[in-house]
Design a protein around this ligand. Structure first.
Ligand code: NAD
Ligand code: WQD
Length: 339
Protein backbone atom coordinates (compact mmCIF):
# COMPACT_ATOMS: atom_id res chain seq x y z
CA UNK A 1 0.00 0.00 0.00
CA UNK A 2 1.16 3.49 -0.84
CA UNK A 3 0.83 6.04 1.95
CA UNK A 4 1.12 9.79 1.45
CA UNK A 5 2.97 11.40 4.33
CA UNK A 6 2.69 15.19 4.23
CA UNK A 7 5.41 16.89 6.26
CA UNK A 8 7.33 13.62 6.07
CA UNK A 9 10.77 15.22 6.26
CA UNK A 10 9.79 16.92 9.54
CA UNK A 11 10.36 15.70 13.07
CA UNK A 12 7.40 13.38 13.70
CA UNK A 13 6.84 12.66 9.99
CA UNK A 14 10.35 11.29 9.42
CA UNK A 15 10.05 8.89 12.37
CA UNK A 16 6.66 7.75 11.07
CA UNK A 17 8.04 7.13 7.58
CA UNK A 18 10.66 4.78 9.08
CA UNK A 19 7.98 2.83 10.98
CA UNK A 20 5.74 2.63 7.90
CA UNK A 21 8.61 1.30 5.80
CA UNK A 22 9.42 -1.28 8.49
CA UNK A 23 5.87 -2.58 8.09
CA UNK A 24 6.21 -2.83 4.31
CA UNK A 25 4.27 0.28 3.28
CA UNK A 26 5.45 2.28 0.29
CA UNK A 27 5.77 5.93 1.27
CA UNK A 28 5.49 9.10 -0.76
CA UNK A 29 6.41 12.29 1.08
CA UNK A 30 5.16 15.76 0.20
CA UNK A 31 6.98 18.58 1.96
CA UNK A 32 7.91 22.13 0.96
CA UNK A 33 10.98 22.01 3.22
CA UNK A 34 9.84 25.16 5.05
CA UNK A 35 10.89 23.56 8.34
CA UNK A 36 13.03 20.59 7.33
CA UNK A 37 15.90 19.68 5.03
CA UNK A 38 16.27 17.37 2.05
CA UNK A 39 19.06 15.30 3.64
CA UNK A 40 16.41 13.75 5.92
CA UNK A 41 15.55 11.48 2.97
CA UNK A 42 19.06 9.98 2.95
CA UNK A 43 19.00 9.65 6.72
CA UNK A 44 15.68 7.79 6.55
CA UNK A 45 17.29 5.48 3.99
CA UNK A 46 20.24 4.85 6.32
CA UNK A 47 17.78 3.41 8.83
CA UNK A 48 15.31 1.61 6.58
CA UNK A 49 17.47 0.84 3.54
CA UNK A 50 14.90 2.56 1.35
CA UNK A 51 14.64 6.17 0.21
CA UNK A 52 11.00 7.24 0.14
CA UNK A 53 9.48 8.89 -2.92
CA UNK A 54 9.49 12.65 -2.50
CA UNK A 55 7.69 15.64 -4.01
CA UNK A 56 8.57 19.17 -2.98
CA UNK A 57 5.64 21.57 -3.15
CA UNK A 58 3.43 23.74 -1.00
CA UNK A 59 0.14 22.08 -0.06
CA UNK A 60 -1.56 25.46 0.18
CA UNK A 61 -1.39 25.61 -3.64
CA UNK A 62 -4.70 24.14 -4.83
CA UNK A 63 -3.63 23.62 -8.45
CA UNK A 64 -0.42 21.73 -7.70
CA UNK A 65 -2.06 19.73 -4.92
CA UNK A 66 -4.94 18.73 -7.17
CA UNK A 67 -2.55 17.68 -9.95
CA UNK A 68 -0.51 15.66 -7.45
CA UNK A 69 -3.53 13.68 -6.29
CA UNK A 70 -4.63 13.03 -9.85
CA UNK A 71 -1.21 11.60 -10.63
CA UNK A 72 -1.13 9.52 -7.43
CA UNK A 73 -4.71 8.32 -7.20
CA UNK A 74 -3.35 4.92 -6.11
CA UNK A 75 -2.58 6.32 -2.66
CA UNK A 76 -4.32 4.19 0.01
CA UNK A 77 -4.23 6.67 2.90
CA UNK A 78 -2.88 10.06 3.89
CA UNK A 79 -1.04 10.96 7.09
CA UNK A 80 -1.15 14.73 7.33
CA UNK A 81 1.65 16.23 9.42
CA UNK A 82 2.41 19.31 7.32
CA UNK A 83 1.70 22.44 9.35
CA UNK A 84 3.35 25.35 11.12
CA UNK A 85 3.61 24.66 14.85
CA UNK A 86 5.20 27.56 16.73
CA UNK A 87 2.63 28.77 19.24
CA UNK A 88 4.27 32.18 19.85
CA UNK A 89 4.71 32.90 16.16
CA UNK A 90 1.04 32.09 15.58
CA UNK A 91 0.08 34.82 18.06
CA UNK A 92 2.35 37.31 16.22
CA UNK A 93 1.17 36.27 12.77
CA UNK A 94 -2.20 34.50 12.92
CA UNK A 95 -2.92 34.72 9.19
CA UNK A 96 0.29 32.85 8.38
CA UNK A 97 -1.00 29.99 10.55
CA UNK A 98 -4.61 30.03 9.37
CA UNK A 99 -3.43 30.20 5.77
CA UNK A 100 -0.94 27.36 5.98
CA UNK A 101 -2.64 24.95 8.35
CA UNK A 102 -6.21 25.31 7.09
CA UNK A 103 -5.65 25.64 3.34
CA UNK A 104 -3.31 22.63 3.28
CA UNK A 105 -5.97 20.45 4.85
CA UNK A 106 -8.75 21.74 2.59
CA UNK A 107 -6.66 21.08 -0.54
CA UNK A 108 -5.73 17.60 0.66
CA UNK A 109 -9.34 16.66 1.42
CA UNK A 110 -10.40 18.03 -1.96
CA UNK A 111 -7.76 15.90 -3.69
CA UNK A 112 -8.84 12.86 -1.69
CA UNK A 113 -12.52 13.30 -2.51
CA UNK A 114 -11.81 13.83 -6.22
CA UNK A 115 -9.74 10.65 -6.40
CA UNK A 116 -11.71 8.36 -4.08
CA UNK A 117 -9.04 8.25 -1.40
CA UNK A 118 -10.93 7.66 1.81
CA UNK A 119 -8.58 7.55 4.78
CA UNK A 120 -6.74 10.32 6.61
CA UNK A 121 -4.76 10.40 9.84
CA UNK A 122 -4.46 13.91 11.23
CA UNK A 123 -1.90 15.40 13.65
CA UNK A 124 -3.87 17.08 16.38
CA UNK A 125 -2.64 18.18 19.78
CA UNK A 126 -3.39 18.06 23.49
CA UNK A 127 -3.47 21.84 23.19
CA UNK A 128 -7.19 21.43 22.32
CA UNK A 129 -7.87 20.52 25.98
CA UNK A 130 -6.33 23.72 27.39
CA UNK A 131 -6.19 23.30 31.18
CA UNK A 132 -8.74 20.52 31.72
CA UNK A 133 -10.84 20.67 34.87
CA UNK A 134 -10.37 16.95 35.37
CA UNK A 135 -7.19 14.97 34.84
CA UNK A 136 -6.19 12.83 33.10
CA UNK A 137 -7.62 14.28 29.87
CA UNK A 138 -9.91 11.86 28.06
CA UNK A 139 -10.93 12.07 24.43
CA UNK A 140 -14.37 13.26 25.54
CA UNK A 141 -12.95 15.92 27.88
CA UNK A 142 -14.45 19.19 26.58
CA UNK A 143 -12.31 21.07 24.11
CA UNK A 144 -11.64 24.60 25.37
CA UNK A 145 -11.36 27.86 23.50
CA UNK A 146 -7.87 27.87 22.03
CA UNK A 147 -5.36 30.23 23.61
CA UNK A 148 -3.38 30.63 20.38
CA UNK A 149 -4.16 30.75 16.66
CA UNK A 150 -1.99 27.62 16.32
CA UNK A 151 -4.21 25.75 18.79
CA UNK A 152 -7.27 27.09 17.02
CA UNK A 153 -6.03 25.69 13.67
CA UNK A 154 -5.92 22.24 15.30
CA UNK A 155 -9.49 22.60 16.56
CA UNK A 156 -10.76 23.89 13.22
CA UNK A 157 -8.94 21.14 11.30
CA UNK A 158 -10.57 18.51 13.51
CA UNK A 159 -13.94 20.09 12.65
CA UNK A 160 -13.16 20.31 8.92
CA UNK A 161 -12.41 16.58 8.79
CA UNK A 162 -15.48 15.74 10.85
CA UNK A 163 -17.79 17.92 8.72
CA UNK A 164 -16.36 16.53 5.48
CA UNK A 165 -16.85 12.95 6.66
CA UNK A 166 -20.57 13.60 7.09
CA UNK A 167 -21.22 13.94 3.38
CA UNK A 168 -18.11 12.74 1.53
CA UNK A 169 -16.52 9.32 1.56
CA UNK A 170 -13.84 10.38 4.03
CA UNK A 171 -12.79 8.62 7.20
CA UNK A 172 -10.39 10.09 9.71
CA UNK A 173 -8.36 9.27 12.77
CA UNK A 174 -7.50 12.38 14.76
CA UNK A 175 -4.47 11.83 16.95
CA UNK A 176 -4.02 14.23 19.84
CA UNK A 177 -0.33 14.24 20.69
CA UNK A 178 0.83 15.19 24.13
CA UNK A 179 4.51 16.27 24.30
CA UNK A 180 6.63 14.33 21.81
CA UNK A 181 10.36 14.34 22.60
CA UNK A 182 13.45 12.21 21.87
CA UNK A 183 14.84 10.89 18.62
CA UNK A 184 15.44 7.67 16.70
CA UNK A 185 17.93 5.40 18.49
CA UNK A 186 20.30 5.53 15.50
CA UNK A 187 20.50 9.34 15.84
CA UNK A 188 20.09 9.60 12.05
CA UNK A 189 16.83 11.54 12.45
CA UNK A 190 15.48 13.80 15.20
CA UNK A 191 14.08 17.23 15.92
CA UNK A 192 15.64 20.17 14.06
CA UNK A 193 14.36 23.38 15.63
CA UNK A 194 15.09 26.50 13.59
CA UNK A 195 16.45 29.35 15.68
CA UNK A 196 15.98 29.44 19.44
CA UNK A 197 13.80 26.54 20.58
CA UNK A 198 10.67 27.18 22.59
CA UNK A 199 10.16 23.61 23.66
CA UNK A 200 11.79 22.11 26.71
CA UNK A 201 13.74 19.13 25.35
CA UNK A 202 15.65 20.85 22.52
CA UNK A 203 16.36 23.75 24.88
CA UNK A 204 17.86 21.33 27.39
CA UNK A 205 20.11 19.59 24.85
CA UNK A 206 21.19 22.87 23.24
CA UNK A 207 22.11 24.23 26.67
CA UNK A 208 24.05 21.10 27.54
CA UNK A 209 26.04 21.25 24.31
CA UNK A 210 26.85 24.94 24.86
CA UNK A 211 24.62 26.59 22.24
CA UNK A 212 22.62 28.29 25.02
CA UNK A 213 24.10 29.60 28.28
CA UNK A 214 21.35 28.26 30.56
CA UNK A 215 17.85 26.86 30.60
CA UNK A 216 15.14 29.01 32.10
CA UNK A 217 12.68 26.92 34.08
CA UNK A 218 9.39 28.77 33.72
CA UNK A 219 8.04 28.87 37.27
CA UNK A 220 8.50 26.70 40.37
CA UNK A 221 5.48 27.98 42.30
CA UNK A 222 2.77 25.89 40.64
CA UNK A 223 0.52 23.64 42.67
CA UNK A 224 2.47 20.53 41.74
CA UNK A 225 4.70 18.29 43.90
CA UNK A 226 7.95 20.13 43.05
CA UNK A 227 6.34 23.41 41.94
CA UNK A 228 7.19 23.04 38.24
CA UNK A 229 4.61 22.43 35.50
CA UNK A 230 3.57 18.94 34.48
CA UNK A 231 3.26 17.45 30.99
CA UNK A 232 2.89 14.01 29.42
CA UNK A 233 6.15 13.50 27.49
CA UNK A 234 6.05 10.72 24.91
CA UNK A 235 8.92 9.22 22.89
CA UNK A 236 8.59 10.20 19.23
CA UNK A 237 9.15 6.58 18.12
CA UNK A 238 6.21 5.40 20.24
CA UNK A 239 4.16 8.20 18.69
CA UNK A 240 5.25 7.22 15.18
CA UNK A 241 4.21 3.61 15.74
CA UNK A 242 0.68 4.72 16.65
CA UNK A 243 0.34 6.23 13.17
CA UNK A 244 1.03 2.88 11.54
CA UNK A 245 -1.67 1.32 13.71
CA UNK A 246 -4.07 4.13 12.78
CA UNK A 247 -3.43 3.58 9.06
CA UNK A 248 -3.96 -0.16 9.44
CA UNK A 249 -7.19 0.50 11.33
CA UNK A 250 -8.53 2.83 8.64
CA UNK A 251 -7.49 0.79 5.62
CA UNK A 252 -8.59 -2.42 7.34
CA UNK A 253 -12.06 -0.92 7.74
CA UNK A 254 -12.25 -1.63 11.46
CA UNK A 255 -13.07 1.89 12.61
CA UNK A 256 -16.16 2.19 14.74
CA UNK A 257 -17.02 5.68 13.45
CA UNK A 258 -16.21 7.82 10.44
CA UNK A 259 -14.03 9.98 12.64
CA UNK A 260 -12.24 8.65 15.68
CA UNK A 261 -10.12 10.56 18.19
CA UNK A 262 -7.26 9.12 20.21
CA UNK A 263 -4.92 10.58 22.81
CA UNK A 264 -1.27 9.74 22.24
CA UNK A 265 0.59 10.01 25.50
CA UNK A 266 2.07 7.74 28.14
CA UNK A 267 -0.51 8.58 30.79
CA UNK A 268 2.26 9.81 33.14
CA UNK A 269 2.56 13.43 34.15
CA UNK A 270 6.16 14.56 34.63
CA UNK A 271 7.50 17.84 35.94
CA UNK A 272 10.11 20.05 34.31
CA UNK A 273 12.57 19.19 37.10
CA UNK A 274 11.98 15.46 36.58
CA UNK A 275 12.88 15.84 32.91
CA UNK A 276 16.02 17.77 33.82
CA UNK A 277 17.04 15.11 36.37
CA UNK A 278 16.52 12.35 33.82
CA UNK A 279 18.59 14.26 31.29
CA UNK A 280 21.45 14.72 33.78
CA UNK A 281 21.31 11.02 34.65
CA UNK A 282 21.37 9.70 31.08
CA UNK A 283 23.83 12.23 29.61
CA UNK A 284 26.16 12.58 32.58
CA UNK A 285 26.05 16.36 31.96
CA UNK A 286 25.18 18.78 34.75
CA UNK A 287 22.62 21.18 33.32
CA UNK A 288 22.89 24.90 33.93
CA UNK A 289 19.40 26.18 34.73
CA UNK A 290 17.72 29.06 36.53
CA UNK A 291 14.21 29.36 37.91
CA UNK A 292 12.27 32.20 36.29
CA UNK A 293 8.76 33.64 36.37
CA UNK A 294 5.92 31.56 34.90
CA UNK A 295 5.70 31.68 31.09
CA UNK A 296 2.57 33.49 29.84
CA UNK A 297 -0.03 31.12 28.41
CA UNK A 298 1.42 27.98 30.07
CA UNK A 299 -1.02 25.60 31.65
CA UNK A 300 -0.18 24.06 35.02
CA UNK A 301 -0.59 20.38 34.33
CA UNK A 302 -1.92 18.00 31.75
CA UNK A 303 -1.54 14.33 31.02
CA UNK A 304 -3.44 11.82 28.95
CA UNK A 305 -5.95 9.17 29.78
CA UNK A 306 -4.60 6.52 27.43
CA UNK A 307 -7.10 3.78 28.24
CA UNK A 308 -9.15 4.25 25.04
CA UNK A 309 -6.13 4.39 22.72
CA UNK A 310 -4.51 1.40 24.44
CA UNK A 311 -7.66 -0.68 24.20
CA UNK A 312 -8.94 0.32 20.77
CA UNK A 313 -5.64 0.66 18.95
CA UNK A 314 -3.86 -2.14 20.78
CA UNK A 315 -1.04 0.35 21.09
CA UNK A 316 0.82 1.53 24.16
CA UNK A 317 3.74 3.91 24.62
CA UNK A 318 6.61 1.73 25.81
CA UNK A 319 9.67 3.92 26.12
CA UNK A 320 10.73 5.44 29.42
CA UNK A 321 11.63 9.05 30.19
CA UNK A 322 15.30 8.02 30.38
CA UNK A 323 15.08 6.61 26.85
CA UNK A 324 13.57 9.90 25.71
CA UNK A 325 16.26 12.12 27.22
CA UNK A 326 19.09 9.73 26.27
CA UNK A 327 18.04 9.63 22.61
CA UNK A 328 17.53 13.42 22.50
CA UNK A 329 21.09 13.88 23.76
CA UNK A 330 22.52 11.34 21.32
CA UNK A 331 20.78 13.28 18.53
CA UNK A 332 22.20 16.63 19.69
CA UNK A 333 25.70 15.07 19.76
CA UNK A 334 25.19 13.64 16.27
CA UNK A 335 24.13 17.08 15.00
CA UNK A 336 27.26 18.63 16.49
CA UNK A 337 29.43 16.02 14.75
CA UNK A 338 27.80 16.73 11.39
CA UNK A 339 28.96 20.35 11.37
P1 NAD B 1 7.86 19.83 11.75
O1 NAD B 1 7.87 21.30 11.53
O2 NAD B 1 9.14 19.17 12.11
O3 NAD B 1 7.26 19.09 10.47
C1 NAD B 1 6.25 19.67 9.66
C2 NAD B 1 6.70 19.55 8.21
O4 NAD B 1 5.69 20.09 7.37
C3 NAD B 1 7.99 20.33 7.90
O5 NAD B 1 8.91 19.47 7.28
C4 NAD B 1 7.54 21.45 6.97
O6 NAD B 1 8.54 21.77 6.02
C5 NAD B 1 6.28 20.86 6.35
N1 NAD B 1 5.28 21.83 5.90
C6 NAD B 1 4.71 22.83 6.63
N2 NAD B 1 3.81 23.48 5.87
C7 NAD B 1 3.80 22.89 4.65
C8 NAD B 1 3.07 23.11 3.46
N3 NAD B 1 2.19 24.12 3.35
N4 NAD B 1 3.29 22.31 2.40
C9 NAD B 1 4.19 21.30 2.47
N5 NAD B 1 4.91 21.04 3.59
C10 NAD B 1 4.72 21.83 4.66
O7 NAD B 1 6.75 19.55 12.87
P2 NAD B 1 6.49 18.23 13.73
O8 NAD B 1 6.93 18.49 15.12
O9 NAD B 1 6.98 17.03 13.01
O10 NAD B 1 4.90 18.25 13.75
C11 NAD B 1 4.13 17.51 12.83
C12 NAD B 1 2.66 17.77 13.08
O11 NAD B 1 2.34 17.40 14.42
C13 NAD B 1 2.23 19.23 12.93
O12 NAD B 1 0.95 19.24 12.35
C14 NAD B 1 2.17 19.72 14.36
O13 NAD B 1 1.28 20.78 14.49
C15 NAD B 1 1.69 18.48 15.07
N6 NAD B 1 2.04 18.45 16.50
C16 NAD B 1 3.34 18.57 16.87
C17 NAD B 1 3.67 18.55 18.23
C18 NAD B 1 5.09 18.73 18.69
O14 NAD B 1 5.31 19.02 19.87
N7 NAD B 1 6.11 18.56 17.83
C19 NAD B 1 2.67 18.37 19.20
C20 NAD B 1 1.34 18.22 18.76
C21 NAD B 1 1.03 18.27 17.41
C1 WQD C 1 6.97 22.03 28.40
C2 WQD C 1 7.20 22.51 29.83
C3 WQD C 1 7.28 24.90 30.05
C4 WQD C 1 10.89 25.57 27.76
C5 WQD C 1 3.89 23.03 23.32
C6 WQD C 1 2.73 23.59 22.55
C7 WQD C 1 1.67 22.55 22.37
C8 WQD C 1 2.25 21.28 21.77
C9 WQD C 1 3.45 20.80 22.49
C10 WQD C 1 1.99 21.27 19.38
C11 WQD C 1 6.35 23.71 30.20
C12 WQD C 1 8.62 24.28 30.41
C13 WQD C 1 9.85 24.95 28.39
C14 WQD C 1 11.88 26.22 28.53
C15 WQD C 1 10.71 25.56 30.53
N1 WQD C 1 2.68 21.48 20.42
N2 WQD C 1 9.76 24.95 29.76
N3 WQD C 1 11.76 26.19 29.90
O1 WQD C 1 4.20 24.31 26.26
O2 WQD C 1 3.60 21.94 26.91
O3 WQD C 1 3.42 22.62 24.58
O4 WQD C 1 4.39 21.89 22.64
O5 WQD C 1 0.83 21.03 19.29
O6 WQD C 1 0.70 23.09 21.53
O7 WQD C 1 2.19 24.69 23.27
O8 WQD C 1 5.68 22.37 25.57
O9 WQD C 1 8.11 21.96 25.56
O10 WQD C 1 7.27 24.35 25.37
O11 WQD C 1 7.05 23.15 27.53
O12 WQD C 1 10.65 25.57 31.77
O13 WQD C 1 12.82 26.83 28.02
O14 WQD C 1 8.56 22.95 29.93
O15 WQD C 1 6.99 25.97 30.90
O16 WQD C 1 5.98 23.58 31.55
P1 WQD C 1 4.18 22.88 25.93
P2 WQD C 1 7.09 22.97 25.93
Amino acid sequence: MKILVTGGTGYIGSHTVVELQAKGFEVIIVDNLSNSTIDVLDNIAKISGKKPLFEKFDLTDPVITSAFFKLHSDISAVIHFAAFKAVGESVENPLKYYHNNLLSLVNILQGMVENNIRDIVFSSSCTVYGQPEQLPAREDTPVQKAVSPYGNTKQICEEIITDTSLTANIRGVLLRYFNPIGAHETAFIGELPLGVPNCLMPYITQTAIGKRPFLRVWGDDYETPDGTAIRDYIHVVDLAKAHVVAVERLTGGICRQNVEIFNLGTGNGLSVLEVIKSFERTSGVKLNYEIKERRAGDIVKVWADTEFANRELGWKAEKSLDEMTESAWKWELALANRK
